[in-house]
Design a protein around this ligand. Structure first.
Ligand code: GLV
Length: 309
């Protein structure tokens, strides 16, 4: 049995090291040097070429290298019946929460404005709004969304969460389903998108959504670039409907050099680093699934391709 890493634009040295430390006998192949395709029974994947998995007729598991599986499920030529797994891991939730808390606090305490003031040697105290007056709205209450909700709630922010199916999180006002969306949006001074990318959620950050938020709301997108209609965001920022946005994900990555987001005074751009997959932390669950695939035991963190997460 061989283990294939198929992640064309990703450095995989650290993955090979940590997988091999946990399973010294492992036969890791790195795409495109696959060797005999019939020996491949497990694929660790991040942005594989479409249709590629059909070449491995003994494949028993396609494992996403991250939390999201949209990069796998958008392939129209997936082999039928091969289970797909995702990563669910504490360090990913921790790094995501660090990023989102920083984005929220940076906005509330106006650090960008102070940097500009500093460059002009301007002493200009600004009165922040009380955390208690800034309701946070989190779209998507999976492992990452729940961790962010708990951490922001601990900091004193009132937090609402919206998800496809109802969740119960202590201290968080949880709403679910399309009927509850308007109510959820109408209260969110800071809207945070943490949804999986599915046909239902694609383009959900659009003009109608922004129009339902309180005037001057702030948007953080740490999910996928395809959730956002970019021109609607620019229009909402220019009209003052939104006060700013912090974006970690984009429809095209790397963000093209000529893209208007780079220079927009109300947009913070980061290069898809909000939640980091640390090979050292994640390798144990990948190896566990590799062993389950070998022995026929149930796999961990299997996704439902129909739901998309
Ligand atoms: C990152 O975007 C992930 O899906 O883990």
């Amino acid at each position: 049995m061989a283990f294939l890493i198929i992640a064309p634009d990703t450095k995989v040295t650290s993955w090979v090291k940590h997988l091999s430390l946990l399973d010294p006998g492992i036969d890791v192949r790195i795409w495109p040097d696959t060797g005999d395709a019939d020996e491949i029974e497990f694929a660790l994947s991040w942005h594989h070429p479409s249709g590629e998995f059909n070449k491995y007729k003994n494949l028993k598991c396609i494992a996403s290298l991250g939390a999201g599986v949209d990069h796998i499920l958008t392939d129209p030529n997936l082999p039928a019946g091969v289970p797909i797994t995702r990563v669910v891991e504490h360090s990913m939730a921790q790094s995501m929460s660090e990023y989102v808390v920083l984005g929220v606090l940076n906005h509330c305490r106006q650090f960008d404005a102070y940097r500009t003031d500093q460059s002009k040697k301007k002493w200009q105290p600004r009165i922040p709004q009380l955390a208690a007056d800034m309701r946070i709205g989190i779209m998507g209450l999976g492992q990452l969304g729940t961790d962010v909700a708990n951490k922001l709630s601990t900091l004193g922010f009132p937090v609402s969460g919206w998800s496809q199916t109802f969740k119960n999180i202590e201290g968080v006002d949880c709403l679910a389903g399309a009927d509850a969306l308007d109510d959820f949006l109408s209260q969110a001074s800071i809207l945070i998108c943490m949804l999986p990318l599915t046909p239902k959620t694609r383009g959900i950050l659009n003009h109608d959504t922004f129009d339902k938020l309180p005037t001057g709301a702030y948007v953080i997108n740490v999910a996928r670039g395809q959730h956002l209609i970019e021109k609607d965001l620019l229009a909402a920022l220019d009209s003052g409907r939104l006060s700013g946005a912090c974006l970690d994900v984009f429809a095209v990555e790397p963000l093209p050099q000529t893209h208007p987001f780079w220079h927009h005074p109300k947009i913070i751009v980061t290069p898809h680093i909000s939640s980091i997959t640390f090979a050292k932390a994640v390798a144990p669950q990948i190896i566990e699934n590799y062993k389950c695939a070998q022995t026929g035991k149930p796999l961990l963190n299997v996704v439902d391709p129909k739901k998309g997460y």
